[in-house]
Design a protein around this ligand. Structure first.
Ligand code: SF4
Ligand code: SF4
Ligand code: FES
Length: 240
């Protein structure tokens, strides 16, 4: 383990005085102080990549909105985690996610157990004001136990990171650019033909939506099991 050389930093989050280690992110400190910041690509124990932008916060003295999951705390920082401006952008991001691929919850196996759906409820998203794209994407049912439905994927890359950082198999990766980006197994082979996949199911159980699910579940039945999540947290603490 590396020697801990982090300094103690003080900052304000939503007017509360908080103490933090200088190597912590704003999200870490907010969560330690029970301050809610919406997240999708973040999961405790995996490297943060700042992909979804749902965790944007305001920092006093800066016009930019910064992602709390990849922004380190600084001495004297004053952070606002909720404001009309942040609510506006968070809803706009969610609208784009809902409009980009098919998220018709009523026919999704993860209905009622989906982080995207839960966040839409929390943030009061009632309608979509941008056109739906909804390309018809592949449903890969070639794996004996799991299904990958690319129509439900929000490209958070939790599956890519857990498979690489924890399982060590690095089965998943990203392929393509912009709206054509997809997660792919190995060199874009069907998942069932993947030689690197160990079948551990970690990717399925960190996926926040109905994109990776177990076979044989009907709409609303797929609960994500996070028994290994405490282990992820331990790994993260050991890295620090
Ligand atoms: S089942 Fe395990 S090894 Fe296979 S892709 Fe998912 S995380 Fe990687
Ligand atoms: S399959 Fe699931 S975990 Fe992987 S990128 Fe898509 S939404 Fe995220
Ligand atoms: S949780 Fe911070 S960018 Fe996704």
């Amino acid at each position: 383990m590396k020697p801990n050389t982090a300094q103690i930093t003080t900052l304000k989050i939503d007017g509360h005085d908080c103490g933090a280690r200088s190597d912590e992110t704003i999200l870490d400190v907010a969560q330690e102080n029970n301050i809610f910041i919406p997240t999708l690509c973040h999961i405790d124990g995996l490297q943060d990549i700042g992909a979804c932008r749902l965790c944007l916060v305001e920092i006093k003295g800066s016009n930019k909105l910064l992602p709390a999951c990849v922004t380190r705390v600084q001495e004297g920082m004053e952070v606002t985690t909720n404001s009309p401006r942040l609510q506006h952008y968070r809803k706009a991001i969610l609208e784009m996610l809902f409009s980009e691929r098919n998220h018709i919850c009523s026919v999704c196996v993860s209905n009622g157990h989906c982080e995207l759906q839960w966040l839409a409820e929390q943030l009061g998203l009632t309608h979509i004001s941008v056109p739906y794209l909804h390309p018809k994407l592949e449903v890969d049912a070639s794996n004996r136990r799991f299904v990958a439905d690319h129509n439900r994927c929000i490209l958070c890359t939790r599956c890519v990171r857990v498979c690489d950082e924890i399982e060590g198999a690095h089965t998943w990766d990203l392929y393509g650019r912009g709206v054509d980006t997809r997660v792919v197994s190995d060199l874009k082979q069907p998942w069932g033909e993947s030689e690197s996949c160990t079948g551990c199911g970690k990717c399925v159980h960190v996926c926040p939506t109905g994109a990776l699910v177990e076979k044989g579940r009907s709409a609303g039945e797929m609960t994500k099991r996070g028994q290994f999540l405490p282990y992820l947290t331990l790994m993260r603490e050991e890295r620090q």
